[in-house]
Each structure stands twice: as structure tokens, then as C-alpha cells.
Design a protein around this ligand. Structure first.
Ligand code: AMP
Ligand code: MG
Length: 424
């Protein structure tokens, strides 16, 4: 143990290579979902423009459709007609005239610009561009098909659907979308001390918070959580519980991966002929993390045609479980969902306060932290660690919105430095 364990970068590289390969192998089954249920889902086939976008040359202003050369002479021109949004395209613009037009309305044929209402002087039924302003061809018009041509691919398959993508699909007339079926992620919590959320813990017992947390993490990353009954710390209980998880697309086991007498998960996985890709990473918290996959049998085949079942043995402390899922579980899961989305998500921030000096050399640390994303004056986001009592401190965790990354050779970081944070 110790220095022969991979460091964070080495373990992350292993996981992302695994995830990449998985993405090439799988053909996720598809399903049709209503647009209103498509948020967070992964598109299974490209989204194609059903018509030109915009479908007609559109005015972006309230004003007058005109010929740029004519209006720029600053002579009064008669208003030949009027069109508002929703009306069909008007007749062609007569010579030496303008056409009143509202935002979103089709521009008449022959007009090559729109002059804004605010930039003209009105006198009876004529208008005149106020000097010294001139108008250029194309001003305040979005040409037909400027955004996309009919038949053009607007989104590739594999795109994750959010509100902007859903709006785009709506604009193409798609009331339903074909998306990849979400990977089913079995969540197996282990530990004799765990009782269900509804129970009052007896002496020495605690409520199972990881099942709820991991279910949300999985759902947030695009998976379908399947929470299994908690397994006791005996080889028999683990064997039985693991046997029930083999039909899932991915397996998360929480607890039982440290070096203690009742940490029985690794041997149980080994009994199922697991291939271990690593058993520990030089990170804190989360060092005992186990990653690998299990062979499938005909009866445990996955819908996705994945030959082996990827698993993560997450250390049981809640913050350890969360950070190891975000760092290593999420990229495998997104790959299973058919998405190339890069995970985990990091960004740079400005450190507001020194970190503690407790860092052990050789471990990359992930400290619960609070980032102010709205730092004023165009400055980088400001981040500070949240005081905590170790990786079981859920109340500190619930007050944080990211992890501050302390590089393995640093141990601690000083206020004022530019630092990396892991977003969640
Ligand atoms: P383990 O990884 O099993 O050694 O557990 C490490 C610590 O995390 C212990 O204090 C456990 O009680 C706690 N723990 C394990 N599983 C859970 C869980 N599902 N929910 C909350 N705490 C847990
Ligand atoms: Mg345990």
C-alpha cells in the first residue's frame, strides 16, 4: 500500500480510457420521450432542421423595411404598407418607398434593410432617416436560413439536452425526442450500523444517508438509480446482494472497502472473478476507492450489450463517497448514457483564505468549499474551504458547493493563489 497506489491523475486517466472504450462498445437502447421530460437526457439520433431557420427573412426591430441606398439619402419616402409579426409575407416593396414592419415580421421582397423606428422622422405618410445616420444592407434583418438550412444537423447524437436544446427541438416541431435509455446504476450500501432513513437509530447505529445521496448523484449525471437493500457486513450477505446487482449497467457499492476486519467488499468482488483496475488512489478523502469490472453471464447480460459490469467500491464516509463518485464514477456513467460530456468538471478560482496545514504529502486533497461565483468587478470566482470535521461531516458538506483541489505536492494552499475547484 501507499506509494504504489496511482495518484489522482493516473487513476483519472485509467477511468477516462475505460469510459472512452465503453462508449465505443455500447449501443444504448433508445426510447421516445415527450419534450417536457427530455431535460438531462442524451439525444440518440441527430436533431435535424425541418425547415430553414428562420423560415423567412425576419425583422429584428420595429421600424421600416427599406432599401439601404434609398433611405441613406435622407429624403422623405412614403410608407407603402404595414406588416406585424404573424402576418404572411407582404407584397414586394415598391420603388422609392418603405414598409412599416414590427419585430419578428417577414421582410417584404426587395427590401434589404430595416431602419429602426427611433432613427426616423415621421411627417404625415412619409418618413426620413435622421442624418447623419446611414443604413447598411442587411441592417436589422436575419436572412432566411441564416441560422440553419432545412435538413442541416442542429445537434449530434450524444448531445445532452438542456433548456436551450429543448427550445431548439421545439422550434423544429419535435414534441417527442428519441433519447438513450438511462443506464441503470445499482446502489448497494453496506454496513451493520446502517438503518433506514425512517428509523430511529439504536445505540451505535446511524441512518443510511449514502443511498439517498448516491441516488441523486446518479440521477444528476443522467443515470437511473436502483437502490438495493443494505447488506450486512458478512460474506454471505454481500454475496447474496452482489448476485442481485449483476443485471445493472453499473454498480456502486458504498462502504466496506477500507482495510478493517469487516471490510469485506473486495474479497466478495474477487469471488465473482472481478478484474480490479485499481484498489486505492492517492486522494483524500476517498483513498480506499476500488474500481474494476465483473464478468457477465448470459443471465446477467445488460440491455446495453456491455460485456462486463463496471463497479466502484466507494469508501462509506459520505463525503468520500460523493467525491469519488464525482471524480471517477460519473465519467463511466456518462459514457454508459451515450454522452461524450467531459466529467468531472473543474474550474479556476481565487482562494480567499489559507487552507489548513493538515495535508499529508503525496495525497491530492478535495476539501469541501464554498465558491462565490458572482465575485464583483470582473474578478475570478472566490473560493474558501468550509470548516469540517472530516469526511463524515454532512452538515459542513451541505454548506459547500464545490471541492477545493489541493495538489499532491502542495499539502496546503495560501490565500490569494489561483486554485482549481471541482464543481458539483
Ligand atoms: P466504511 O467505508 O464501511 O468503513 O465506513 C466508513 C464510515 O462511513 C463509517 O463511519 C460508516 O458508518 C460510514 N458509512 C458507511 N456507509 C454509510 C452510509 N450508507 N450512510 C452514511 N454513512 C455511512
Ligand atoms: Mg462499513
Amino acid at each position: 500500500m501507499g506509494s504504489e497506489l496511482p495518484n489522482y491523475e493516473q487513476a483519472a486517466a485509467k477511468v477516462s480510457a475505460y469510459a472512452r472504450k465503453l462508449r465505443q462498445q455500447i449501443a444504448p437502447p433508445r426510447e421516445l420521450v415527450a419534450l417536457s421530460r427530455a431535460n438531462g437526457r442524451v439525444l440518440a439520433i441527430p436533431l435535424i432542421a425541418d425547415q430553414d431557420q428562420p423560415p423567412f427573412a425576419r425583422s429584428t426591430r420595429d421600424g421600416y423595411a427599406c432599401r439601404a441606398a434609398e433611405i441613406s439619402r435622407h429624403k422623405p419616402l412614403p410608407v407603402a404598407g404595414s406588416t406585424h409579426a404573424g402576418q404572411s409575407p407582404p407584397t414586394p416593396l415598391p420603388e422609392a418607398a418603405v414598409w412599416e414592419i414590427m419585430t419578428g415580421a417577414p421582410v417584404p421582397e426587395g427590401a434589404d434593410a430595416v431602419v429602426m423606428l427611433e432613427h426616423v422622422e415621421k411627417s404625415g405618410k412619409t418618413i426620413r432617416l435622421l442624418p447623419p445616420r446611414t443604413i447598411d444592407v442587411g441592417d436589422n434583418i436575419v436572412a432566411q436560413a441564416a441560422q440553419a438550412r432545412r435538413g442541416e444537423h442542429l445537434l449530434p447524437s450524444g448531445a445532452t439536452l438542456g433548456f436551450a436544446q429543448i427550445a431548439l427541438a421545439a422550434s423544429c416541431g419535435r414534441a417527442t425526442l428519441e433519447v438513450s435509455v438511462r443506464p441503470r446504476v445499482a446502489i448497494l450500501t453496506t454496513g451493520d450500523e446502517l438503518v433506514p432513513v425512517e428509523s430511529t437509530p439504536g445505540p451505535g447505529q446511524i441512518r443510511n444517508s449514502n443511498a439517498s445521496m448516491l441516488a441523486e448523484l446518479v440521477a444528476n449525471a443522467g443515470g437511473e438509480p436502483v437502490v438495493l437493500p443494505t447488506a450486512a457486513d458478512t460474506p454471505q450477505a454481500l454475496d447474496k446482494a452482489l448476485a442481485k446487482s449483476l443485471k445493472a449497467d453499473m454498480l456502486l457499492i458504498s462502504g466496506g472497502v477500507s482495510a478493517g476486519k469487516f471490510d469485506l467488499v473486495e474479497p466478495a468482488l474477487a469471488r465473482l472473478r472481478a478484474r480490479f483496475l485499481f484498489t486505492g488512489v492517492r486522494i483524500q478523502p476517498g483513498k480506499p476507492l476500488v474500481f474494476g469490472d465483473l464478468p457477465r453471464t448470459a443471465s446477467s447480460a445488460s440491455d446495453k450489450g456491455v460485456k462486463r459490469l463496471p463497479f466502484f467500491g466507494l469508501p462509506g464516509n459520505p463525503i468520500s463517497s460523493a467525491v469519488t463518485f464525482l471524480l471517477f464514477g460519473a465519467p463511466v456513467m456518462t459514457a454508459l448514457a451515450g454522452s461524450p460530456e467531459p466529467r468531472p468538471r473543474f474550474m479556476l478560482a481565487h482562494l480567499g483564505r489559507d487552507t489548513d496545514r493538515h495535508g499529508k504529502p503525496g495525497l491530492t486533497r478535495f476539501l469541501p468549499a464554498l465558491c462565490d461565483f458572482n465575485a464583483s468587478g470582473g474578478r475570478a470566482p472566490l473560493v474558501e474551504t468550509v470548516p469540517w470535521h472530516g469526511s463524515g461531516d454532512l452538515s459542513a458538506f451541505a454548506r459547500s458547493n464545490c471541492f477545493l483541489v489541493v495538489p499532491e505536492d502542495a499539502g496546503f494552499l495560501d490565500a490569494g493563489s489561483t486554485v482549481r475547484v471541482l464543481l458539483f
